[in-house]
Design a protein around this ligand. Structure first.
Ligand code: NDP
Length: 310
């Protein structure tokens, strides 16, 4: 089945949803193709406190409000898992083809990729078989399963510290494990974690193995990177927040990615393939935030509108 639009957006996170608002308001026949629930990382964020105008709000609420807004001017939500984009890198007028896993083909002259990033795995023994059995990459989704239990959070970035504080609503103790002594987080997040009596911060350690009883995680082996000493923490939950990688596998045949797999775009959010755009966390950029993602989405949609109507 082939479906035709003016403007296709892949990924319905903040960047994609904002692009949908701008494109549909401008009169472009617009669809957002998404393989999960709309909202992107907002759905995994307990509290958003840096969205101007709203001091604090659950991420899921902002996601819901953005989604309603994004479809209110005619943009539609299409379910689909994109596996490839075919585009003529020289001809700006040619239709791009967006191929989905189920065989559906979407066609449009302008395509925006706003697929964000996916959490990095630790790649240690015991990880693969324990995902969903004690290992979770989403504290907001799974934190409540660990009421009165001890859990570990891996990483010293904003995500790790913020989610560790959130987990103290349920867990009896939260150990934050950092491989260095230097945080990669904002001071406000560091202060909140340090001030929380349920949190212990253990520095200079890396996780080496996840232990289980055949059904569920029951321990985590860690190693001191300086002394090489090993110890086992008796935790039943492990939340790795060690960064993320861009979701761009379906773009590999087009020469629009940097060495890390992030999209390379110009100031109009356009790649070197005419009318192929990137927006949000999936792009090479310095600051990955909701506010910068929505900015990208608006710029991309507006640029596409001007070029399509020219
Ligand atoms: P970051 O890349 O910022 O932090 C990752 C952390 O994990 C670092 O402490 C890093 O250590 C550590 N790490 C990486 N690999 C390993 C490993 N193999 N084993 C152990 N530790 C490891 O990722 P985040 O997901 O926290 O954040 C991603 C982006 O999103 C950032 O730009 C962040 O600022 C932003 N963000 C902003 C929020 C906000 O403003 N409220 C909330 C959440 C995220 P090292 O430092 O040694 O590399």
């Amino acid at each position: 089945m082939t479906k035709k639009y003016d403007f296709l957006i892949i990924g319905a996170g903040p960047a994609g949803m904002t692009a949908a608002i701008y494109a549909s308001r401008a009169g472009l026949k617009t669809a957002m193709i998404e393989s999960g629930a709309p909202g992107g990382k907002l759905l995994k964020t307990n509290e958003i406190s840096n969205w101007p105008g709203i001091t604090s709000e659950p991420g899921s609420q902002l996601a819901m409000d953005m989604f309603q807004h994004s479809t209110s001017f005619g943009a539609v939500y299409e379910y689909g898992k994109v596996v490839e984009i075919k585009a003529d890198s020289l001809d700006p007028t040619s239709e791009k083809q967006v191929l989905c896993e189920d065989g559906t083909i979407f066609q449009a002259p302008a395509v925006l990729v706003a697929t964000g990033t996916r959490e990095r795995l630790m790649n240690i023994p015991g990880e693969a078989q324990n995902i969903g059995r004690g290992i979770s990459y989403c504290a907001v989704c799974d934190g409540a399963f660990f009421r009165d239990q001890e859990v570990a959070v891996i990483g010293g970035g904003n995500a790790s510290l913020e989610e560790a504080v959130y987990l103290t609503n349920f867990a009896s103790k939260v150990s934050i494990l950092m491989r260095r002594e230097v945080f990669r987080a904002d001071q406000i997040a560091i202060d909140a974690a340090k001030a929380n009596p349920k949190i212990e911060i253990i520095q200079n350690v890396i996780p080496t193995e996840i232990l289980d009883d055949g059904k569920h995680v029951n321990g985590l082996k860690i190693m001191d990177v300086k002394t090489k000493e090993e110890q086992t923490l008796s935790v039943s939950g492990i939340f790795p927040y060690i960064g993320a990688d861009p979701v761009t596998g379906f773009l590999k045949s087009l020469d629009v990615l940097d060495q890390q797999g992030y999209m390379v775009v110009n100031s109009s959010m356009e790649t070197k393939v005419p009318l192929l755009y990137g927006a949000g966390d999936v792009c090479q950029k310095g600051l990955r935030q909701v506010v910068t993602a929505v900015n990208d989405g608006a710029i991309a949609a507006q640029d596409a509108f001007h070029k399509l109507k020219a």
